[in-house]
Design a protein around this ligand. Structure first.
Ligand SMILES: [Zn+2]
Length: 233
């Protein structure tokens, strides 16, 4: 088998290897992408800090209510204990009682609102945890699937590498170094077939003289346009 033909076969293997490597990279990138998890985790953090704020307000409100209750019971004692008989004093105490009752109702309303708010945020927290679990389960399924694909791909790649090494021994040293240089600069495609008198790398048409030169010379002929090595089967 001549050097150019082997080089063309090598190109097929290298292109396949490039594709397989690229597949692995793509899946690895996808697995490394934690954006969804981070978004949900940020929401959970926000909800947790809100809940601790709400808890603080709730405690304040409960303390205030218990103060009001204490004050109320001391006023009741004054009112019905018989210790106060002066009408003006009685009236002042009665006014305080009315004021305290109003204050109590307002505070109870406030506490109720806080508790409703707390329920809402607790529900959000539960939803967040459920979402996190779902994302993690899906990620694990993906990881298992990927590890299977990866090991299959690696087996396929190692077979191709064995073939590649065999082929490389059939290629002239200067041909191989030219091929490798072009692979780097030509997006992995160093040698292309000539079909219907046309370079399959850039689609430029070749003259008959050029074609004959490629067939007769049995050496590297590069496309005038895209610089790739031309191969005629
Ligand atoms: Zn070309």
């Amino acid at each position: 088998m001549d050097s150019i033909k082997s080089m063309f076969d090598l190109q097929k293997i290298d292109s396949k290897l490039d594709k397989l490597k690229n597949n692995i990279l793509k899946i690895e990138n996808e697995l490394a992408n934690n954006t969804n998890l981070e978004i949900v985790q940020n929401k959970i953090n926000h909800t947790t800090s809100k809940l601790s704020e709400i808890e603080k307000f709730k405690r304040q409100s409960e303390n205030k209510l218990s103060e009001i209750t204490q004050k109320s019971s001391s006023i009741e004692k004054q009112l019905y204990g018989g210790s106060v008989s002066n009408p003006k004093e009685m009236e002042a105490i009665e006014n305080s009682r009315i004021f305290l009752n109003k204050e109590k109702t307002d505070e109870e309303d406030k506490l109720l609102k806080i508790m409703i708010y707390q329920d809402e945020f607790n529900k959000k927290l539960q939803e967040g945890s459920a979402a996190i679990n779902k994302i993690k389960t899906l990620m694990n399924i993906k990881k298992d699937k990927f590890s299977n694909i990866k090991s299959e791909t690696e087996i396929e790649m190692s077979k191709l590498i064995t073939k590649k090494e065999k082929l490389e021994t059939k290629i002239k040293k200067n041909h191989l170094s030219q091929y490798e240089l072009l692979r780097k600069t030509k997006n992995g495609l160093a040698i292309v077939k000539v079909e219907k008198n046309t370079c399959q790398g850039c689609r430029i048409a070749l003259t008959t003289t050029e074609l004959q030169k490629i067939i007769q010379l049995k050496d590297i002929i590069q496309c005038k346009m895209c610089n790739r090595i031309l191969y005629v089967s």
